[in-house]
Design a protein. Sequence first.
Length: 233
Amino acid sequence: MTVVLLCLAASSGCARAEKENGEVGLMLTDEVRDAAGLTRSEVERMPLAQQFALLGERYDRSQDLLAEAQRRVSSAGWKYLTRGMAPENGLFSPSGALPGSGGEDSYYLGADRAIQLDGAVGDPADLDPVLAYFDERGWEYQVNDVAEFHHEVYADAGDGYLLEYRAQANGWYVMSVYAGPFWGSDSVLTAELSKRTLDEAFEDEFTVPGVRVPFPAWDEPVVNPPKKNLSDR
């Protein structure tokens, strides 16, 4: 039997792969930690109200990061693409899924805003204000030249949050933020969020940086029956 110990970059935990009779099995310990440094068992022991509060803190943190980066480009109105309040399935996190996670036990947050800049056609120099901001913060980043007039930069804020800025030929430039993945049920948390958030709160199509739908408190009254999927929120 050959045993290989793999330390996984997506977490501080390790997985042991055992190869026997030509087959490889992957056994995960319970020590796999999410982007916040928590294990699955630690989160499962939390009351749902505490998990909900953590979601709210992560939403606010991601929105603050997004707004600060947006202001380096423009303080005018940006168009909502993905609002970023509702958690998404952690299996599809841009940072990679948590080892051992399934379809109902992890989530990430993602938000996108777009702005159409006068005369912009996807010049790589249009990334410079955002690159300067990332340099000021001391964040590691990578620039990708997708096409002649399509350029992207990805930055790691170092605490489980990623930022992306895209300069595109059509003049619509997109700022995105991603947080996670975190242990917790995206469907359960989304249902609790839906019950506490009025549909009318999401009617604005454009907002200036920093304006976002407030995250509801756990003890706020139920204003919606649990009926809607908030994946676009």
